[in-house]
Structure formats: C-alpha cells, structure tokens
Design a protein around this ligand. Sequence first.
Ligand code: ADP
Ligand code: MG
Length: 254
Amino acid sequence: MIRLKDVTFRYPDGEQDILSHISLKILPGVPVSIMGANGSGKSTLARCLNGLLLPVSGLVEVEGFESRQEADNERIRRLVGMVFQNPDNQIVSTTVEREIAFGMENLSFPYRQMIDTVKDLLTEFNLVEYRSRSPHYLSGGEKQLLALAAVLAMQPLYLILDEPTSLLDPYSRKKILTTIFQNSNGRFKNVTPVLITQYPEETFFTERLIILHHGKIEFNDSPGRVFTNPERLLQIGINVPIEYKLNLGRQVEN
Ligand SMILES: Nc1ncnc2c1ncn2[C@@H]1O[C@H](COP(=O)(O)OP(=O)(O)O)[C@@H](O)[C@H]1O
Ligand SMILES: [Mg+2]
C-alpha cells in the first residue's frame, strides 16, 4: 500500500504550498487515476509518491517504508516506477534495446530473463524495428512507449504514469492503456497503475479517481461517481465525459 498522511509540500524557492494536507491510500491491485487543472500539483504529487520529493510535513509510506528515511527511500524508488510527462527526461541509453535493459542490469536481474524481457517488450510496444537505433530518432510517442517499456522491465509494484499518452495518437493511446490495464498476457498483472491524465474517458480504466484542485484533494471516489458533479469539475478546470455533460444540460433545463 502507498499511504500519504497529511502531506504538505512546497518547493524550496516557493512561497506557497503546492500540496496541502493530502491524505490518501493506494492499495495494491486497485488502479487509480488522478486529474487536475494545469498547475494543480499532479506531477509534484507523483514525485512524492515515489520518494523523489520529500514532504515538508506529513508522511509518505510505501509497503511500510517511509520516504524520508534514506535507506527506505531507495526501496521506494524501486517499488514505485514512474514514467515522466516528458520522455526525454528519462531516456539515457544509446540504443532502444539497451534502454529497456538498462534498469534491469542495474538491479542485477539474471541475464537470460533480461534478454527475454527486452524481446517481449520490444514486440509488445511495436519497437522491434528500432531496437538497434538511437532513441533520438524515435517520435515523441515512440519515446513514451520506450520509457514505459524500460520502467515495466524493472517490475515495479506500482507504476505512475504522468500523462503518458499526451504525445500519442488516439489509436496508440488506447492500445497502450489496454495493454497496461487489461494485462493481456499476464506480464503486468503485479503492477498497480496510477494514471495521471487529462482525458476523462481514460479514468474508466481505473477503480478510483482523485481530483486535485490547488494542491488539495477535491474528490476521491469511483470515476462514475466523481463525474456526477460536472458543474464543479468544469468550474475547477477538469474536462468531463460528454455523457455527463449532457446530464448537466438536463439539470440546467429543468
Ligand atoms: N521545480 C519547481 N520549483 C518551483 N515550483 C515548481 C517546480 N515544479 C513545479 N512547480 C510549481 O508547482 C505547481 C504545481 O506544478 P505541477 O506539480 O507540475 O502541476 P501539474 O502537474 O498538475 O500541472 C505549479 O505552480 C508549478 O509552477
Ligand atoms: Mg504535470
């Protein structure tokens, strides 16, 4: 379980709290999505969840490890994988296949398992033809797929996806999410996704939807129940699926 207890965060040079008194639980096997307007603190929250940022007050615990403890922090980074919004920030290797192997190598996975995993993930994410090329030659969307493959290769328990489909076309978006959430071949069955997204329809892949507004949690419920508040959501800059907007129209008419 990932547990946040009354977490408040502020950047060292900042004048205001970016996250304010956040408490939440993310349970293994219960995928979660997070929405919020630009600047509401989603990426900051993501970095707190995997120990990259430490709260100013409050606690972040993952499987009982506490992110402010140095030895624990290392464990947490391994348990909670993260795909960043901009894939250029995390791709480090000279070829596509080395990029997928890189993290596994650092974690001393057995050689045979590494070779098999790289091969499977290249196929799964349609990257086989680029395997020996530099990641620089990939499109933005392909880089996102590569970053995702490289994180999955390390078999994290939780996988934070920070707007992972923002550079993809609709077909690839759907494919990547289906691959992760419906774990077609069982490869990802032990990974609990945490999806940060600006596309409301994507939240229905998850069981819970957390809405952030100015660094505070405004809703934390099933996506279906959260979207029964279209008026408030639109007011705080969150897009709502069309069928819930239609409900809004009906309410206004009555
Ligand atoms: N490294 C940083 N230093 C100072 N302020 C930052 C930094 N990163 C983000 N912020 C500020 O924190 C707020 C939340 O940013 P962020 O977490 O990236 O929001 P989101 O991902 O929801 O768009 C924004 O006002 C942003 O300007
Ligand atoms: Mg962000």
